[in-house]
Each structure stands twice: as structure tokens, then as C-alpha cells.
Design a protein around this ligand. Structure first.
Ligand code: GDP
Ligand code: MG
Length: 724
């Protein structure tokens, strides 16, 4: 039998872990509230049943305050799954049952997975499971999602509910106090009689949502029957005024109070007992006394992040070098065995350089992601967000912005695209806009190779330290721009922030590997698809339209002249060989200059020289508009063409370090420009989609590029004055 089952629960209750344990999927599991914004699907088979499991976003409630809540709610009503597996954190039973209650209020058949039983036991929280089940009137199964304990029992219970239970459950009716109940009793029959929204929602639930002042339902109601909706709103407004006068509370607060009251009374009936000494601080709380301490906390944070940089950059050095020589070897192979011509040039300069340039940094990305996975899975990243929240408020952002920044590369090596999507957890549209416009300033995985290259070439002694400094610069830039935006184009109030700190946990090796692999794979896949395409386009733009015939002829004449001067019958002298190589290089450079990209780069040189960029750098930066990954490989191609003997000149870092055009100041200016200029094409598309307007996409392209240019010119000119 086919059946669709939804998995619902609070953020961080282990939902994704259970989903993965059941379906074998490798879904992102994060010890951070709000990681799952989109829902995912998987399958589970059990004697004759074929369940489609859908992982809903983590939510605390079914109100319409956040996108996640609306997504979850719409799914339940519109897709009508057979039942909800409600994952409940046994260590935080009271708060988690708040959602359970709301599933039951909407009439969803519920099966409770009482997860984190290991944690509850550790904390001496004793739960009488059969009693809880009978008081709630739904099956309750103990699980430890982390090691798959109880998942078969859970699914057997689910199958039992589907085989034996009714298709739908009558909605749970609880009392919300005399005043609210009276109004509900008055309007529910009317709703049923007029079929007001009842094709989708139960009548009493619609009434309840009106009393709770639920924006989504009220909008739908207005569209369905404006008069009736207006009438209900009037009645609710009167009740609201009355409750505020008598109880100093809004109806939605009263409803929440009664729900909690219901849960507390249920738990007090012997469901929950605390063994041992109850007032003992949990280990997490003890750790947090130090880790999020007002003064020690930030110091520890800096030390941890600096440690991460050391780990990443010192240990990835060797594998990165291996990869480099591997792709060098492939290039040499093509060089030696392919006949000269455009195909050879495409393979070497387009494919091997372009894709190899990106893949070469895979080890670095992997090390970085592994380190970040440790921070995330242990629960430390949530503390980072917690501490940074204090800073964020000052700049007109929100604590929930922190995760978006971190995902985008706030620690280094993320991607702005998921970062922009992660802003969905922000409720205030203004804070959300300010966040999504500034997350592209973070040092994403595509900018990282550019920085690593330049820092390696010019500041190699202090690599980890400089990279860490660059991270701080990116944050400072993002926060200052956010403040600027919040003071000008997106002015508005700040909203309060509540975030619970998840308990510390030992990361599992499996979790860490999944995390690292997942993100590394994204990077690799992009190299094989988007980057390959862009590399080929760039190669074409850098190769065509070639040199005009008369200039080709001029080079040919010179070549002849060298041959005539050395009539040794092919056995040219060393001096002639050198002159020939120089001639070839000059021809290659002339051809590049004359190409489409070369002309564009040259025409911008008048402007870009203020920041210290020559025409070759300009070509790379233009390519970077499409994807920042191609900057390094394009620089490589542009500079190897001009070199006297590419085989002897060594890696791109060496070429730059020894080039007369480059000095540390040029590198610094380029780093600043790359850090702040226009987001890549895919990010722009995301910004347009998430902000709902083309305006913001164009804004971030123009504004960021102008800002980056100003900063780069500033760095370069001031540096020059100071004599660097
Ligand atoms: P979600 O936000 O509900 O999807 O939660 P996740 O599945 O991402 O899990 C959050 C954290 O809790 C992860 O670090 C998991 O490894 C951990 N976790 C999940 N289930 C259990 C459990 O039963 N026991 C323990 N100790 N940890 C768990
Ligand atoms: Mg999740």
C-alpha cells in the first residue's frame, strides 16, 4: 500500500537524522536550528507498505509567523499526507509537545517519535511512555535517531495506524478559556454552514486562526468571502479589546497559555519524573558558562577560528600541490600528443586549465568543510551565531542573519547561493533584504582559490594569519554596508531574536563525512558543469578572432629571418632557440590582446590601472562576473601565454611573484576587488528571485562593483603613497 507520511518537529529535534536513518538518504543534518528550509522526500518499505516520507521544515508552531510554518502547514493541508510522524525531543518534552498539540488541533493523525531518549536518560528525565501515549491518545515510540534505535518499532506503529485507524482523526478540541471558547462556538457553525474555506481546512480550525489573527488565513478568507471575513474580524477585534482590558493579553497569547497549560497538566499526571539531583547544571550549561562568556567567549571564538585556518591551510598544502602537478601532467600529455590547432588549444587552455584550476583546490575546500562540520555538528556554530547576534543588532541585522553569512563563507569556503536561500528564516522583510544583499561579500569557496593563490605568492610566510584577516575584512565590509543600507534604502525597525542553544554533542564521524562530502561534491559538480561551460566560452573569447593575416605574416617573416641567420639545418644555436621562443611568446601575447576578451581588457586598462590591474587581470575579472572560480584559471591562461617558456616558468604563483607588473600591493588591491565586486551570475539570479525584484539584482551588481573599485583604488593609491 502506498502512503505519504510527513515528518514534523521542532528545529534540531533530530528530524533529518531520523529521515536519513529511515530512507538511507544523506540529507544535510545540522546541529543548528533552522537548517532545513525546504522539504525533502525519501522512501521506506515495510511488509507490503511503501511509504513516501517527506521531511518538513523544523517549526515550533503552526502559526503563520515564519515561512517554515507556512510551508509546513500548506503541505499538510494541500498534500494531505496520511499521517505525521511528530519527532519530539524527549529532553525538552514540554516545549516540543506544543507542536504536537497543534497537529492534533488541525485533525492530523499523529504518531509521536520520542527521540533523543539517550539524552533524556543522561539527564535523569524519566518518561512514562505508555502513559504519555494514552493521555495524548496517539502512539508514542521511543527512538534514538542517531543510531537508528527504535525506527522499526516506529514504522510498525505507523503501518498499524494506516491499516487499522480511520483515514482522518477528529480534531482535538481543547479549551482556550471562556471568552475565546464562546467566540469559537459562535463562529464555527457559521463557517461550516457557509463552507467558508472548509474545502481545505476544518471549520473550528479556521475560527481559531481568525482569533489568533493569522495573516495567511485572513487573506484567504477575504478572497473567499469578504463580508463574512470582515464580520469575523470585527468580532475578534471586540474580543481582543475585551481581553486586553481584562487580562492584559492578546487572544493569541491566551491561546498559547492554554495550550501550555494543557501540556503541563498532562505531564504532571506522572508522565515525567526527574531522577537524581534535578538542579544540577547540565554539562552543556556548564560548558556555556565559559564558551559564551562575555569576555572569554569572543576570545575563544577567535582562537577556534584561527585554529581552523591553520588546520586548513597548513595541511591542505601538500594535496593541493599534488593536484596541481596532476593537472600539469595531463596538460603536458595533451601538449605532447595532440596535433597543433584549435582543438589542442581548447583542451589545454579551456578544459584542463579551466576545470583543473577549480579542481586543484578541492583538497583545500575539503579540509575547510571538515573543520566547519566539526564546529557545526558539535553545536559550537550556534554559539558563534549567539555571540555574533549582539554585534549584528548594532548593524541593523538579526541573529538569524548569522547562519546565512556563515553558509555563504563567513568562515571561508561557503557559497552565497545557499546563503541567500538561508535568509528565508528571517521574518522581517527589511532585515532579510539587508542580509541577502550583503552575504555575497563573504569569502565563498570560489574566491578562496584567488586569495590562496595571491596570498601564497606574495604573503606566504603568514598565510593562515592573512587569510584570517581577510575573513575579518569581509565581515567588516558586509556589516558596514548592511548598516549603510539600513540607514538609507531599507530603513526600518529591528525585530527581537530568540534562539535556543542546542546542547553540545560529540560529532559522529559519519555525520562529519557526509557534511564534508556533500559540500565538496557541490563544488566538484559545479566545476564539471557551469565552470566547464564558462571556461570554454572564455577560451573562445580569448582565442578569437586571432591575428590579422598581415601581422601573422610579419611574425612569420621574423621567424624566417632567424632561420636564415642560423642555417645549421635545424640544429639551431641556443641563442636562436631563445629568440624563437621570445618571438612565439610575443605572437601569443599579440593574439591575446587582439582577441575579443583581450580588446575588452585593454580598453578597460585606462580605468583599471588606478587599482593596479593590467589588461590580463581585467580579462580574469570579467570572467569572474559569470563565476568567480574562473578567475584563477583565466589569469593562468593569460599569463602563461605571455611567458617566454611556460614549461620553465613554474606555477602561476611563481609567475606572478616574479612578474615585473606585480607586487604585494597589486595582489592586495586585487584581493579587495574580488572580495567586494559583483556577486556571480547565479547569485544575482537568486537575489532577484528571493527579493522578488530585478531592481535588487541590478543594484548589487552595480553597487558592489563600484564599491569594490573604490576600495581597490583606495588601497592601491594609498599603498603607493606609502611606498609599498
Ligand atoms: P533537525 O533540525 O530536526 O533536522 O535535527 P538534525 O537531524 O539535524 O539533528 C540535530 C542534532 O541532533 C545532530 O547533531 C544529530 O546528530 C543529533 N541527534 C539526532 N537524534 C539524536 C538522538 O536520538 N540522540 C542524540 N544524542 N543526538 C541526536
Ligand atoms: Mg533538518
Amino acid at each position: 500500500m502506498e502512503a505519504m507520511i510527513a515528518l514534523g518537529g521542532n528545529p534540531n529535534c533530530g528530524k533529518s537524522t531520523l529521515f536519513n536513518a529511515l530512507t538511507g538518504a544523506r540529507q544535510h543534518v545540522g546541529n543548528y536550528p533552522g537548517v532545513t528550509v525546504e522539504k525533502k522526500q525519501g522512501h521506506y518499505r515495510l511488509n507490503g507498505h511503501n511509504f513516501t516520507l517527506v521531511d518538513l521544515p523544523g517549526i515550533y508552531s503552526l502559526s503563520a509567523y515564519s515561512v517554515e510554518e507556512v510551508v509546513a502547514r500548506d503541505f499538510l493541508f494541500k498534500e494531505k499526507p496520511r499521517l505525521v510522524i511528530n519527532i519530539v525531543d524527549a529532553a525538552n518534552l514540554e516545549r516540543n509537545l506544543y507542536l504536537t498539540l497543534q497537529f492534533m488541533e488541525m485533525g492530523m493523525p499523529v504518531c509521536v517519535a520520542l527521540n533523543m531518549m539517550d539524552v533524556a536518560r543522561q539527564r535523569n528525565i524519566l518518561i512514562d511512555v505508555p502513559k504519555l501515549s494514552s493521555l495524548l491518545g496517539v502512539p508514542v515510540v521511543e527512538t534514538v535517531a542517531r543510531n537508528g534505535l527504535g525506527k522499526e518499532t516506529l514504522m510498525t506503529a505507523v503501518a498499524g495506524m494506516i491499516d487499522n485507524g480511520p483515514a482522518s482523526m477528529t480534531a482535538l478540541n481543547i479549551s482556550y478559556g471562556p471568552e475565546v471558547d464562546a467566540l469559537l462556538d459562535e463562529i464555527t457553525p457559521l463557517i461550516a454552514e457557509k463552507h467558508f474555506l472548509t474545502d481545505c481546512y476544518p471549520a473550528r480550525w479556521v475560527a481559531l486562526k481568525y482569533v489568533e489573527n493569522d495573516a495567511q488565513i485572513i487573506d484567504l478568507g477575504r478572497a473567499a468571502d469578504a463580508d463574512l471575513s470582515q464580520r469575523f474580524k470585527g468580532q475578534v477585534a471586540r474580543l481582543s479589546a475585551h481581553l486586553q482590558k481584562t487580562l492584559q493579553s492578546l487572544p493569541e497569547e491566551i491561546i498559547a497559555d492554554y495550550r501550555y497549560g494543557y501540556i503541563r497538566s498532562l505531564l504532571a499526571k506522572g508522565v515525567i519524573r526527574y531522577g537524581g539531583e534535578r538542579s544540577r547544571l547540565f554539562i552543556s550549561d556548564q560548558i556555556d558558562r565559559v564558551v559564551v562568556h562575555r569576555f572569554l567567549g569572543p576570545l575563544i571564538m577567535l582562537a577556534v577560528l584561527l585554529g581552523l585556518y591553520h588546520f586548513t591551510f597548513s595541511y591542505s598544502k601538500w594535496p593541493v600541490a599534488w593536484m596541481e602537478s596532476f593537472f600539469g601532467w595531463i596538460g603536458a600529455l595533451a601538449e605532447a600528443h595532440m596535433p597543433a590547432g584549435p582543438l589542442k588549444s581548447l583542451i589545454i587552455s579551456g578544459v584542463v586549465q579551466g576545470v583543473g584550476g577549480v579542481l586543484g583546490f578541492v583538497p583545500l575546500i575539503m579540509f575547510m568543510f571538515f573543520g566547519i562540520a566539526i564546529l557545526e555538528d558539535s553545536g559550537y556554530l550556534a554559539r558563534v551565531a549567539f555571540m555574533l547576534d549582539r554585534v549584528f543588532r548594532v548593524f541593523g541585522l538579526h541573529g538569524n542573519s548569522v547562519m546565512a553569512f556563515i553558509v555563504s563563507g563567513g568562515i571561508a569556503g561557503g557559497c552565497a547561493v545557499p546563503g541567500i536561500l538561508a535568509t528565508r528564516t528571517l521574518k522581517s522583510p527589511r532585515e532579510r533584504l539587508a542580509t541577502l544583499l550583503t552575504v555575497p561579500f563573504m569569502n565563498c569557496g570560489a574566491k578562496l582559490p584567488v586569495f590562496a593563490l595571491l596570498v601564497g605568492a606574495f604573503f606566504s610566510k603568514y598565510q593562515a594569519l592573512v587569510m584570517f584577516g581577510l575573513t575579518l575584512v569581509a565581515w567588516a565590509g558586509a556589516l558596514l554596508v548592511a548598516k549603510l543600507l539600513r540607514l538609507t534604502v531599507i530603513r526600518g525597525e529591528s525585530t527581537p531574536f530568540v534562539m535556543e542553544l542546542p546542547p553540545y554533542r560529540f560529532p559522529t564521524l559519519k555525520g562529519l563525512l557526509i557534511h564534508t562530502w556533500e559540500r565538496t561534491w557541490q563544488y566538484v559538480r559545479k566545476a564539471g558543469t557551469i565552470i566547464l561551460g564558462i571556461s570554454i566560452l572564455l577560451w573562445a573569447a580569448m582565442s578569437y578572432p586571432g591575428l590579422p593575416a598581415e601581422r601573422m605574416a610579419a611574425f612569420e617573416d621574423q621567424r624566417q629571418a632567424i632561420a636564415v641567420a642560423n642555417p645549421a639545418g635545424g640544429d639551431a644555436t641556443a641563442g636562436a632557440k631563445e629568440r624563437l621562443a621570445a618571438l612565439n611568446a610575443a605572437q601569443a601575447e599579440a593574439a591575446l590582446r587582439n582577441s575579443l576578451a583581450g580588446r575588452l581588457g585593454t580598453s578597460l586598462e585606462g580605468l583599471s590601472q588606478w587599482a593596479g590591474f593590467d589588461w590580463r587581470t581585467n580579462i580574469a575579472l570579467i570572467g569572474g562576473f559569470a563565476a568567480k572560480e574562473v578567475i584563477v584559471s583565466t589569469l593562468g591562461t593569460a599569463y602563461s601565454l605571455g611567458a617566454v617558456d611556460p614549461a620553465e616558468s613554474g606555477s602561476l604563483a611563481d609567475v606572478l611573484a616574479h612578474s615585473a607588473l606585480w607586487r604585494p600591493l597589486t595582489a592586495l588591491s586585487l584581493i579587495v576587488f574580488v572580495m567586494f565586486y559583483s556577486p556571480c551570475f547565479v547569485s544575482i539570479v537568486c537575489i532577484v528571485r528571493e527579493s522578488g525584484s530585478h531592481k535588487w539584482g541590478l543594484f548589487s551588481m552595480a553597487f558592489n562593483t563600484a564599491l569594490a573599485f573604490m576600495l581597490a583604488v583606495g588601497v592601491f593609491q594609498v599603498g603607493r603613497l606609502l611606498g609599498f
